[in-house]
Design a protein around this ligand. Structure first.
Ligand SMILES: *Cc1c(COP(=O)(O)O)cnc(C)c1O
Length: 468
C-alpha cells in the first residue's frame, strides 16, 4: 500500500490537533494532571495484532496523552531551564520529520549539511566565540559535553605523547578534571561515558556565589603540575546563573597547559544580549564550549551545540571513514564532528529560529527573560513571608518561604518552602521546583521561554501569594 493517499486528511487533522493544543496553552494548567496509573491504563494497550488507520491512531494518541502533557512550552513554567518553541522553529521541525533526511553526510542530505555549516557560523557569531572554532549540533548539552570532552581527552593526551583514539585509556597518562563543586550532573556522566571515571573529578570549593576562584584553582593545578588537566568552568550556574571569572581563570589554566571547557547550557546565551554580554567577557579564550538550543534559543527538543577551538582535536576524536560511504572533500560531513552516525536534521529548526529572530530578536528574547526573572523574584519577594535568596543577574533566582512560627527550625523552613511550592504547582497557574542551595531548600525561578510576558509574571506572583 502506498501511504500517500492518507496524507492530506491525516496531516490536516494533525494540524487541527496541534492548533488546539497551542490555542489552549496560554490558559492551560501548567502541570500534568493525569496519574501514572491513568496513563498506563490508557496507553498500555496490548500490542495490536494488525494495522489500524493512521487517522484513528493519531486521534487516539491525542486523547490518550491528555492530562499527561506538561505545558512547559507556555509562559508560566519556571521550574527547570526548559524553553518553549519559537513558531518558525516548530514549523521547521515539522518539515524536518517530513523531509526525513539522514543528516550524517553531505552526500545523502546536502541541504541539511549546508544548513549546519551556516548554523555553526551564526551560532559562533551570536555567542561571540572564535569564528574558527569547529562545532557540532548534538542532542543536548549532555552530548555537547561528551563531544567537547572527547576532544579535550584527545588534545591533552596528544600533548602528553599519547594517541587515545588508537591506544585507548589503558596505560594512558592520567587525566584530572578540575571543576567547581556546583557543577551540573551531566559533567560526571560525560567523564563516565568517556572512560575517565568519577575519580578523575577534582572538586574545588566555590565561593558563596558558586564561582570558582583563582587561588583554589591554582593550588589544585599546582598539586599535580605534570598531570594532563581539563578545567571545567561554568557560564550560568544552575541555581544562581553565575559566571566564573574567565579573564582570570582561563589564562591561569593555560599556564598549566590545561584544556578549559565551559558548561554554558543556558548562560552562554548572555553573550547574545548587549546588556548581559559583560558576564561572559573572556569566555572566548576557553578551548571548548557546550550549550543548548532547546533551552534559551527556544527550538524543540533535541538540540544542543558543541564548539571546539582546536579543530584538529575535535576532528580526531569524532572523524569516521568507511569504504561504503561517500565522504565529501569540499562539504562538511557531520559524521566527522558528531557522536552520532545516522541522525536527525536538527539544523533546520535551529536555522529557522535564528533566521526568524535575527541578532536583535535573540538579544531581546534573552534580555526579556532576564527582565521577567528579575520582576518575578522581586515581585514575589515583596510579599509577606517570602525571603529572596538570590536576585537574578540573568534568568535564575531563588526564593524561600520561612515558617512563621517563632520556634521554627531550618527543617521547618525547608518543609514550608516545599509545601508552598507544591501548592503553587497543584493550583496550576505557574510551575516551580525546589532545589537545595547552600544547604537550604528553596524555590528555583528560571525563565527561558520566549512566550513568558508581564502578564505571566503577574499571574505567577499572584499564585505564590495565594499559596502562602
Ligand atoms: C540543562 C543543563 C545541562 C544539561 O543539558 P541537556 O540539554 O539537558 O543535556 C548541563 N548544564 C547545565 C548548567 C544545564 O542547565
Amino acid at each position: 500500500m502506498k501511504p500517500d493517499s492518507a496524507y492530506p486528511e491525516l496531516l490536516r487533522r494533525t494540524l487541527e490537533h496541534a492548533l488546539a493544543y497551542l490555542e489552549a496553552l496560554p490558559e492551560a494548567p501548567v502541570a500534568a494532571s493525569a496519574s501514572l496509573e491513568e496513563l498506563r491504563e490508557r496507553l498500555g494497550k496490548p500490542l495490536p495484532a494488525g494495522s489500524v488507520d493512521a487517522r484513528a491512531v493519531v486521534d487516539q494518541l491525542v486523547r490518550d496523552v491528555a492530562g499527561g502533557l506538561t505545558h512547559s512550552n507556555g509562559g508560566r513554567f519556571f521550574s527547570w531551564v526548559i524553553g518553549g518553541t519559537l513558531p518558525a522553529a516548530l514549523a521547521a521541525d515539522w518539515l524536518t520529520s517530513t523531509w526525513d533526511q539522514n543528516a550524517g553526510m553531505f552526500a545523502v542530505a546536502p541541504a541539511a549539511a549546508v544548513i549546519e555549516e551556516v548554523c555553526g557560523r551564526w551560532l559562533l557569531d551570536l555567542l561571540r566565540l572564535p569564528p574558527t572554532a569547529s562545532f557540532a549540533l548534538v542532542t543536548g548539552c549532555q552530548m555537547a559535553h561528551v563531544t567537547c570532552l572527547a576532544a579535550a581527552r584527545n588534545g591533552v593526551l596528544a600533548a602528553a605523547g599519547w594517541d587515545v583514539e588508537q591506544q585507548g585509556l589503558l596505560g594512558a597518562p592520567p587525566i584530572r578534571v578540575l571543576t567547581g563543586d556546583q557543577r551540573h550532573g551531566t559533567i560526571e556522566r560525560a567523564v563516565r561515558l568517556l572512560g575517565l571515571g568519577r575519580d578523575c573529578l577534582v572538586d574545588i570549593a566555590t565561593d558563596g556565589n558558586g564561582q570558582l576562584r583563582a587561588g583554589p584553582l591554582r593550588a589544585a593545578l599546582a598539586s599535580a603540575p605534570d598531570a594532563a588537566h581539563i578545567v571545567l568552568l561554568q557560564a550560568g550556574d544552575l541555581n544562581t546563573g553565575s559566571f566564573d571569572p574567565y579573564d582570570e581563570l582561563i589564562p591561569l589554566a593555560h599556564e598549566f597547559k590545561a584544556w578549559v571547557h565551559v558548561d554554558g547550557a543556558f548562560g552562554l546565551w548572555a553573550a547574545a544580549s548587549p546588556e548581559h554580554r559583560h558576564f561572559t567577557d573572556g569566555v572566548d579564550k576557553a578551548d571548548s564550549w557546550a550549550t543548548d538550543g532547546h533551552k534559551w534559543l527556544n527550538v524543540p527538543y533535541d538540540c544542543g551545540f558543541a564548539f571546539v577551538a582546536d579543530r584538529q582535536a575535535h576532528y580526531q576524536a569524532m572523524a569516521h571513514h568507511a569504504a561504503y560511504l561517500e565522504h565529501s572533500l569540499v562539504a562538511r560531513d557531520q559524521v566527522d564532528w558528531n557522536p552520532e552516525y545516522s541522525r536527525r536534521g536538527r539544523g533546520f529548526a535551529t536555522y529557522a529560529a535564528i533566521a526568524s529572530l535575527g541578532r536583535e530578536g535573540i538579544a531581546q528574547m534573552v534580555a526579556g527573560c532576564c527582565r521577567h526573572a528579575h520582576a518575578l523574584v522581586s515581585g514575589a519577594g515583596a510579599l509577606p513571608g517570602v525571603e529572596v535568596l538570590h536576585v537574578p543577574q540573568i534568568n535564575q533566582g531563588l526564593l524561600r518561604f520561612p515558617d512563621p512560627s517563632p520556634t521554627a527550625t531550618d527543617e521547618d523552613h525547608d518543609r514550608r518552602t516545599e509545601a508552598v511550592t507544591a501548592r503553587v504547582v497543584a493550583a496550576g497557574a505557574a510551575h516551580f521546583a525546589c532545589t537545595t542551595w547552600r544547604g537550604r531548600r528553596c524555590m528555583r525561578v528560571s525563565v527561558c521561554a520566549y512566550a513568558t510576558d508581564e502578564d505571566d509574571v503577574a499571574r505567577a506572583i499572584a499564585a505564590i501569594g495565594q499559596a502562602l
